[in-house]
Design a protein around this ligand. Structure first.
Ligand code: 5RP
Length: 227
């Protein structure tokens, strides 16, 4: 049976190989991104690569520490040379849904501090229209969250509070996630993002509009392309 991680690993390794010596980079989150850390650690060991990273989640920070990858706080650097991260869906215009791992608020802050956001995906994440198969994650403050939910649902979706072990899942920021299902998908991501940006009670949503530079895509055969 074929290794289901081939596409993830191939895309992640190719992106990690784009990191220049001496770089300070944004470290994304998720199972695809985990392979970037593996490859960076190998390059440090084999090539003496000098790199440091600003993590987007406590899980990524912990994994990086375990692998001996030096970390910096985002507030201690002016800019990042590059941020690398996974995605849940990406459309032909490089608009993206993120937040499957509930880390999108920090991921956006880190990406915005970087000269370029490089997205790494398997081909299965490529879609024509965002939001048809994957629900849009929206981080909300627990305070008054039912009011935020009503405002969000007025944009044409139904929502579900993400749970873990029977309790609302807590993000690294101490907030909750609503997963929003849009029956016809999200044909105009910029318009929806602007509406959600202006909605009281939302901390951040998972629509990354006009933020992506290169996209590294791999398939299950281990073929990779950068677009
Ligand atoms: C976390 C994210 C992840 O990058 C996204 O969910 C993709 O994860 P995976 O690589 O495990 O499929 O946005 O908030």
């Amino acid at each position: 049976m074929r290794d289901p991680n081939i596409a993830k690993r191939t895309a992640a390794f190719a992106a990690a190989d784009l990191v220049p010596d001496g770089a300070t980079i944004g470290l994304g989150s998720g199972s695809t991104f985990a392979f970037v850390l593996e490859r960076l650690a190998a390059r440090m060991r084999d090539e003496g690569l000098d790199v440091r990273g600003a993590p987007t989640s406590s899980a990524t920070a912990e994994r990086a520490r375990t692998l001996g990858i030096p970390l910096v706080s985002l507030d201690d650097v002016e800019r990042l040379d590059l941020a690398i991260d996974g995605a849940d869906e990406i459309d032909p215009n490089k608009q993206v849904i993120k937040g499957g791992g509930a880390a999108h608020t920090r991921e956006r802050i880190v990406a915005a501090a970087a000269d370029e956001l490089v997205i790494i995906v398997g081909e299965n994440k490529l879609v024509d229209v965002l939001g048809k198969a994957f629900r849009l994650p929206i981080e909300v403050l627990p305070f008054g969250w039912t009011h935020a939910r009503r405002r969000i649902e007025a944009t044409g979706c139904t929502t579900e509070l993400r749970q873990r072990g029977g309790e609302p899942l807590l993000t690294d920021n101490g907030n909750w996630i609503l997963d929003a299902a849009y029956p016809d998908g999200i044909p105009d991501p910029a318009a929806l993002a602007a509406t959600l940006d202006a909605t009281v009670g939302i901390v951040d949503h998972g629509l990354f509009v006009d933020m992506v530079g290169r996209v590294v895509v791999a398939d299950d055969e281990g073929r990779v392309r950068i677009q």
